[in-house]
Write a protein that binds this ligand. Structure first.
Ligand code: S3P
Length: 426
């Protein structure tokens, strides 16, 4: 199988392309709703993003060169698009209204607005911390040194993007490594980025008044989408699949480490580098799994993969305990609760204990339950994947959100032998 492009890298390629001088050409861009909304947003800000043949081209406006959009920017379901673009807007003397769907309009924005306001961003609805929001940026941001209070690549990226437009050096300090695509891609575009590891923390510094140049980018396959195929292969007897060209950046591969610890037969083959990111072909064969304890420190490197891990933990022998899941509560839905409720509905014994999720693996799942997806694509895909091996089919209440990240999900699963049916009205 060959998967569509990584969502995190796709957003960044469009955004950095918009800030660069000259044209950026992107191959393998993920054409899912979240990313298409970011493409529309950069176009509305004056950096036209268009597809020509297989390649997306972004006509960059150079740092500080974006212009006032004619109307609100709608980010749909995407926290990444919204929060990264807040960092961009901060550095421009423009006023922008940002909107999103019901899920996005519930998600916390203070974590990004806080540091950006220290740098000079204005929020025109004082005290409001959820979308819709109207932001006014400025061309002389103040550089800051910002220790991340939550392990979030979106917050880190927003501050670094604003830092590109500040007069001086902006530093983000992280105590837990989060995905580092922003740092890698900023360097690739020619920005001055310094990374220093000191006393167990990472200091990431970007120089302001940066000059970025348009580049050619090839987007690797999304490991968070590959996770559903890998999980399916592990739990469906006789499976043996290879997923080609998957991003295997260590800040993203926590799930694969965990599945190997559970006894999963998973191999990274043909490891290589493409556009500054490590990639590999991932071979997965059906395996007998055993329960494990997943340490809290690993959470940032697999934060989007807990719903599917929890789902397939039911097929393992023994208990799987996943620690340090506080951030799961503020994703597209409260994923901690949505995952536990969905598992319970399908006959799995599961418990939430503070920020931990504990699944009692019985090497099978009864299924037959209906899962509330709460506008969350990964809840829908995780439970449909579990349904491939459950005793009875699993019903999810909404599949439309899958198009936000992985529109090819159903088609690819069908190629591998899955069967989907529209459930009768209940
Ligand atoms: C992302 C960061 C993560 C992740 C999201 C994509 C990114 O969010 O859950 O799907 O591209 O920076 P947080 O920064 O909120 O952890």
């Amino acid at each position: 199988m060959r998967l569509p492009g990584d969502k995190s890298i796709s957003h960044r390629a469009l955004i950095f392309g918009a800030l660069a001088t000259g044209t950026t050409r992107i191959r393998g861009l993920l054409e899912a709703e979240d990313v298409v909304n970011t493409a529309r947003a950069v176009s509305a800000l004056g950096a036209a993003a268009e597809k020509h043949g297989d390649v997306w081209e972004v006509k960059g406006r150079g740092p500080g060169g974006l212009r006032q959009p004619a109307g609100p920017l709608d980010f749909g379901n995407s926290g990444t698009g919204t929060r990264l673009m807040m960092g961009v807007v901060a550095g421009h003397p423009i006023t922008v209204e940002m909107t999103g769907d019901a899920s996005l309009s519930r998600r916390p924005m203070r974590r990004v607005l806080g540091p950006l306001m220290q740098m000079g961003l204005q929020v025109l609805e004082p005290g409001k911390e959820t979308l819709p929001l109207t932001l006014r940026g400025c061309s002389d941001l103040i550089p800051i040194i910002y220790p991340l209070p939550v392990p979030s690549a979106q917050v880190k990226s927003a501050v670094l993007l604003a830092g590109l437009h500040a007069a001086g050096e902006t530093t983000v300090i992280e105590h837990e490594a989060t995905r580092d695509h922003t740092e890698r891609m900023l360097r690739y575009f020619g920005a001055d980025v310094r990374i220093v590891d000191k006393d167990g923390a990472r200091y990431i510094t970007v120089k302001g008044d940066a000059e970025l140049s348009g580049r050619d980018i090839v987007v690797p396959g999304d490991p968070s989408s590959a996770a559903f195929l890998a999980a399916a292969a592990l739990i469906v007897p006789g499976s043996d699949i290879t997923i080609e060209g998957v991003l295997v950046n260590p800040t993203r591969t926590g799930l694969y480490t965990t599945l190997q610890e559970m006894g999963g037969d998973i191999a990274f083959l043909n490891e290589r580098e493409e556009g500054g990111e490590p990639i590999a072909d991932v071979r997965v064969r059906a395996s007998e799994l055993k329960g494990v304890r997943v340490p809290a420190e690993r959470a940032p490197s697999m934060i989007d993969e807990y719903p599917v891990l929890a789902a397939i933990s039911a097929f393992a022998k023994g208990k799987t305990q996943m620690d340090g899941l506080a951030e799961l509560k503020v994703k597209e839905s409260d994923r901690l609760q949505a995952t536990a409720t969905g598992l319970e509905a399908n006959g799995v014994s599961v418990r939430i204990d503070g920020d931990s999720l504990i699944v009692d693996g019985k090497q099978r799942m009864r299924g037959g339950g209906s899962v509330a997806t709460h506008l969350d694509h990964r809840i829908a895909m995780a439970f449909l994947t579990a349904g491939l091996a459950s005793d009875k089919p699993i019903v999810v209440d909404d599949t439309s959100m899958i198009a936000t990240s992985f529109p090819e999900f159903q088609g690819m699963m069908e190629t591998l032998g899955a069967r989907f049916e529209e459930a009768p009205e209940q």
